[in-house]
Structures are given as structure tokens and as C-alpha cells.
Design a protein around this ligand. Structure first.
Ligand code: SAM
Length: 395
């Protein structure tokens, strides 16, 4: 089990060098539950793999690159557009992403053919899982066409969406070869949800999308809920209650300091520990091992067998050591960290006629030079650094 939180060594504020483990747990940590190591009195510690180096299945003999911290390249998130039909307060606040915001012109977006070619090269370098994201991926017209083009790569092919357009698309996506979807939903309460998405989008239509995805076989559906203090933490239990026993997996996400526009403050973060304690008080939980090495969510199951939840604790329990993810922006820049400030242009050489080998070498060279571990270094200094927006780089 990993030691608790590691927001950074240098303090974020007086006495705030780390996220206090019981913080939101101002709520209710200290549940008297046994921890995995048998100690009573604290909320159970979530389990991450604690991944011993070998379990990351590092490439042995192939030319597949590992980075400077010995992490292989396994996952690729592809942003297919920087546009979104929501203006979530924690991601694309409308004050910043308003009418005048300069989104990428169409000609700058990678075409589906370009996305597919680059994705194939990533797969040749070790990628086994591809997630289409954005922005909102379903606002890109004919998305199912690129899904069909990527499907023959035989990777785990998934999509993250706000669900607004999912009901009408789920079947076509499944037929095109999509394996699963993750749907973002921050509350079951319309007033709260509408205040968060800022476009008055109702909960019922997202639930319809989730139902359509499950019916189409895009299962298990994962449901992402970003928890922001004072905004939607009262929605934690209703979400757990609603989706228990449904076969869907709710993943509660600590609010992160991505991009420059969401005005993130540590005080707004409800920690994993507090989220767990809240749920565990009503529905006792026990930790379960990760599904695969490098999984971002820590997994917990309901002791009564009603399913599982995940917690993504990138603030209070960073998982940089296990991070095998690359991100490609909609205009073809490669980023090696969600918090990166600099991307590596793949589109220019691609459009200038580079060969597969040249492109593969470029990707491999970027990966070999990778030393990012932002979440482990998060501090007063890093909070103010310029960063690319999550909607551009791909969430
Ligand atoms: N539009 C799609 C959606 O809503 O799922 C995909 C893109 S969105 C950027 C991907 C995920 O990132 C969503 O689950 C969203 O809730 C999450 N996200 C965005 N900003 C975040 C933040 N500041 N902290 C934590 N998660 C965030």
C-alpha cells in the first residue's frame, strides 16, 4: 500500500504541503473500518497496484520505447476535437470559452486518415488501448467512421463523452467496433448538473445515453463524476445509490488543476479518502486489485455484491509512477502528460511526407525523453505554471 497523499513537497499554502488525508473527511474519515493491512480506525486505503516495476509489463526485447522512469507506452488518448457542447465549470468555463474563443480551424484538425495512420504507429510502439476524447468527441461529425478505421488495430478501443449525443450514436459506434464508453455525469440533480454544465443540459438525457450504450453492448459503462467541494459533493451518495447494482461503474474523480482557466484551488478538492468514507458509511466497501497495470482508478466493491466503484485520486494520491499514457491533440501534437506545457508536433512531418519509420522514430524519441511526473511534484510553483487546456489535449 502506498503512503498517503503526496501533493507535493513544497507547501501549497501554510501547513498545506500535502493534502490532509482526512480533509474533506472533515466529512467523515475515521470510520472504524479495517484497512487492508488490518488496522481499524481509518477509512480503508484505496489500493493502487503499488505496481512493482515488473507488473507494468515492460517491453523486453522489442524496439518499444520506455521513458526515463522506465515506463512503457501503453495507452493513447486521441482528442478528435477541441470543441464541446458543454461549458463545464471545471473544464471549459463559459467566461473563457465564450463566443470569441478561437477553436482550431477545421483544416488544422487531423483527418480520420491521419489519426488512423498515427494510431497504427503508436500501436507498433506498444500501445494497447486507445481512447477517443476531446473536447466532446461526438460533436465531430461521423465519428463512427474513425472508430471503424481504428478497430482493425485490435486494441481496447474506448470513448469518453458527456453523453449528450450518445443515445443517437451508441449503436453506430458499437457496430463500427467501439468496445466501451465512459460517460461523464457530475450529478443526478438537474439544478446541480445544469449549473455545472452551464448549458442547462438535463440529467435525463445523459441517462438515456448511458442506457443506449449499455443496450448496444458498450459495457460495462463507466461514469465519471468530478467532485468539486461546495458544488456537487452532496451528489456522491445519490450517484452511488443510483448506479449500485446496475452493472455500470461510477468513478469519482478528484477535481484537478488542469489547464489555466478553471481557477483551481486545493480547497475545492474533495479527497478520495473523504469520498470513500462518505460512500462506505452507507454502503460498506472493500478494495479490489487493479484490472490491469497502470489503471488510473483505484477499485472498490460493495461488500454486499452490488458492484464496484472507482476513485481517481490524481491530487491526493498521484499515480505518475504507473502512467503509461500519451495524448494526441486534435491538431496532432503529442503530449506526454496531462499537465504538460509543451507538445511535439506530429502533423507537420506527417503532412510533409514523412515515412512511417520517421514518424515512429519521432514518437519513440519523445517517449524515451519523457520524465513527466507532474502530479507527484504539484506544489505552489506548479499550480501557477501555464498549461494546455484539457479540452485541447484530450481528457
Ligand atoms: N467531453 C467529454 C466528457 O465530458 O467526458 C470528454 C472530454 S472531458 C475533458 C474528459 C473527462 O475529464 C471528463 O470525465 C471530465 O469530467 C474530466 N475533467 C475535465 N476537467 C477536469 C478537472 N478539472 N478535474 C478532473 N476531471 C476533469
Amino acid at each position: 500500500m502506498r503512503p498517503l497523499p503526496v501533493i507535493a513537497t513544497s507547501a501549497i499554502g501554510p501547513g498545506r504541503g500535502t493534502v490532509p488525508s482526512g480533509e474533506a473527511g472533515r466529512a467523515s474519515v475515521g470510520t472504524g473500518m479495517p484497512t487492508r493491512d488490518g488496522n481499524a480506525g481509518a477509512a480503508p486505503r484505496p489500493q493502487r497496484s503499488g505496481a512493482p516495476v515488473d507488473t507494468l509489463d515492460r517491453p523486453q526485447r522489442s524496439g518499444a520505447p520506455v521513458d526515463t522512469l522506465d515506463r512503457p507506452l501503453r495507452d493513447l488518448r486521441i482528442s478528435v476535437t477541441d470543441r464541446c457542447n458543454f461549458r463545464c465549470v471545471y473544464c471549459m468555463p463559459e467566461e473563457v470559452f465564450g463566443r470569441d474563443y478561437a477553436f482550431l480551424p477545421r483544416a488544422e484538425l487531423l483527418t480520420f486518415e491521419e489519426i488512423t495512420r498515427l494510431a497504427r504507429l503508436f500501436v507498433e510502439l506498444g500501445v494497447r488501448k486507445i481512447r477517443l476524447t476531446g473536447g466532446e468527441p461526438l460533436v465531430r461529425r461521423d465519428l463512427e467512421r474513425v472508430v471503424a478505421m481504428l478497430a482493425p488495430l485490435s486494441v481496447d478501443l474506448t470513448l469518453t463523452t458527456n453523453g449528450a449525443l450518445l443515445a443517437g450514436k451508441a449503436r453506430a459506434l458499437r457496430d463500427a467496433g467501439l468496445d466501451r464508453v465512459t460517460v461523464s455525469l457530475d450529478s443526478l440533480d438537474d439544478a446541480t448538473f445544469m449549473a455545472m454544465n452551464s448549458v442547462r443540459f438535463p440529467v435525463a438525457r445523459v441517462l438515456e445515453g448511458i442506457g443506449a450504450a449499455a443496450a448496444a453492448g458498450l459495457a460495462p459503462v463507466k461514469i465519471n463524476m468530478v467532485v468539486k467541494r461546495g458544488v456537487n459533493e452532496t451528489s456522491i451518495l445519490p450517484m452511488a445509490r443510483h448506479f449500485r447494482g446496475s452493472g455500470h461503474i461510477v468513478r469519482f474523480i478528484e477535481y484537478m488543476d488542469v489547464g489555466n482557466s478553471n481557477g483551481w484551488r486545493l480547497d475545492d478538492v474533495v479527497t478520495a479518502e473523504a469520498i470513500l468514507a462518505t460512500i462506505d458509511a452507507e454502503f460498506p466497501l472493500e478494495p479490489i486489485p487493479p484490472d490491469y497495470p497502470g489503471e488510473v482508478a483505484m477499485r472498490w466493491r460493495y461488500r454486499d455484491g452490488a458492484g464496484e466503484i472507482g476513485i481517481i485520486a490524481s491530487v491526493s494520491r498521484p499515480f505518475c509512477g504507473d502512467c503509461t499514457r500519451a495524448r494526441m491533440s486534435a491538431d496532432g501534437s503529442l503530449y506526454t502528460c496531462l499537465f504538460a506545457t509543451v507538445g511535439h508536433d506530429l502533423r507537420a512531418p506527417l503532412r510533409a511526407g514523412a515515412s512511417d519509420k520517421e514518424l515512429r522514430d519521432r514518437i519513440a524519441a519523445v517517449w524515451r525523453g519523457r520524465d513527466d511526473r507532474y502530479s507527484e511534484l504539484r506544489s505552489v510553483e506548479t499550480v501557477g505554471l501555464p498549461r494546455v487546456e484539457m479540452s485541447y489535449i484530450g481528457g
